[in-house]
Design a protein around this ligand. Structure first.
Ligand code: NAD
Ligand code: UDP
Ligand code: UDP
Length: 318
């Protein structure tokens, strides 16, 4: 019997999940990646296939899963508005039924379990920056609700399993993250702007571009998730993991144009319904309790992400 820690990563073939699998393998763990390939892809984990401690399982977490593991990172869920609104009922099922199954698995195996929650639980926030104690401002019946309310219900389930069944839980509220292996076509702002700029096509600004987001580079985010998983048992979260450097969407567009040397112009489109006006994590808790803070400035992360998309376009993959 192996003494290696056995770690399950649901959604492991996705953007964040593939980076997480990679880092966990580097740490010497046995990694089981479970994914239904709804938004993830084999390409994201192709370089891990054949690794003696990596295993891939095609599985939809809305169905039960019986495996023996020590830790579970529950990342399975479409994450961009275009993807999660494609089949909203399935999005809610993934968050809610998926959480129930993974919590049931954690209960049976006594595994520690981490939930990839989101800044979207704060909705269109009235408190700025967002602190963990803020309950949020979420529309329960709008086009974003399948994602926001699904993630909120998953948090409820995590805390009820914690109180009722004494599970070891960790809830991370992840803020907008970008980097290599983002989907080129999922409509997220960083990937959209970079691909448009590299093709010298108009940059699609929704609204007047004055709304803000705070962007975290993927390597920093993964570091935060692993620190949270490996923190003392009493630390359950929810805890914000993100980069507090806040930018308007217009300024992001201008930075992308400058760093790609693009001739793209700005093109204004209507603002989608319920689009949050501002978003910035308060990461005091992450700094103090995890000793974590992001290390990558937007300008440096953008260069790496632009390089990734440039190579993808050159290979004709987008
Ligand atoms: P992603 O779409 O790249 O990854 C999600 C993965 O989950 C994909 O590989 C997809 O195929 C898989 N999946 C979806 N439904 C599934 C199901 N029912 N069963 C099994 N697998 C399923 O998205 P991501 O950006 O890597 O996000 C990962 C997690 O982090 C998500 O839970 C997301 O809500 C959360 N998150 C991400 C961000 C961000 O900025 N990227 C921000 C906040 C929260
Ligand atoms: N479950 C699972 N894997 C396991 C154990 C449970 O997928 O190893 C699922 C099971 O299908 C169940 C859910 O997790 O529906 C919740 O499990 P729990 O034990 O909390 O509830 P119960 O089985 O009592 O309904
Ligand atoms: N956005 C934009 N142009 C795009 C894609 C997005 O102006 O091509 C805006 C969007 O309206 C939102 C912000 O960028 O205000 C972030 O959008 P994204 O979908 O990346 O993330 P989320 O809204 O979930 O934070």
């Amino acid at each position: 019997m192996s003494l290696r820690k056995r770690v399950l990563v649901t959604g492991g073939a996705g953007f964040l999940g593939s980076h997480l699998c990679e880092r966990l393998l580097e740490k010497g763990y046995d990694v089981l990646c479970a994914d239904n390939f709804f938004t993830g892809s084999r390409e994201n984990i192709l370089h891990l296939q054949g690794h003696p401690h990596f295993e891939l399982l095609r599985h939809d977490i809305t169905f039960p899963l019986y495996v023996e593991v020590d830790e579970i990172y529950n990342l399975a869920c479409p994450a961009s508005p275009v993807h999660y609104q494609f089949d909203p009922v399935q999005t809610t099922k993934t968050s809610v039924h998926g959480a129930i199954n993974m919590l049931g698995l954690a209960k049976r195996t006594r595994a520690r379990i981490l939930q990839a929650s989101t800044s979207e639980v704060y909705g269109d926030p009235d408190i700025h920056p967002q602190v963990e104690s803020y309950w949020g401002n979420v529309n329960p019946i709008g086009p974003r609700s399948c994602y926001d309310e699904g993630k909120r219900c998953a948090e409820t389930l995590f805390f009820d399993y914690y109180r009722q069944h004494k599970l070891q839980i960790k809830v991370a509220r992840i803020f907008n993250t970008y980097g290599p292996r983002m989907h080129p076509n999922d409509g997220r702002v960083v990937s959209n702007f970079i691909v448009q700029a590299l093709r010298n096509q108009p940059i699609t600004l929704y609204g007047d571009g004055a709304q803000t987001r705070s962007f975290c580079y993927v390597d920093d985010l993964i570091d935060g998730l692993i620190r949270l998983m490996e923190s003392p048992e009493t630390l359950t979260g929810p805890i914000n993991i993100g980069n507090p450097d806040e930018f308007t969407i217009r300024s992001l567009a201008e930075q992308v144009i400058a760093r790609t040397g693009s001739s793209s112009t700005l093109e204004f489109h209507p603002l989608p319904q319920d689009d949050p006006r501002q978003r910035q994590p308060d990461i005091t808790q992450a700094r103090e309790l995890l000793g974590w803070a992001p290390a990558t400035a937007l300008k440096d992360g953008l260069v790496k992400t632009i390089d990734y998309f440039r190579a993808l376009i050159a290979k004709g993959l987008t």
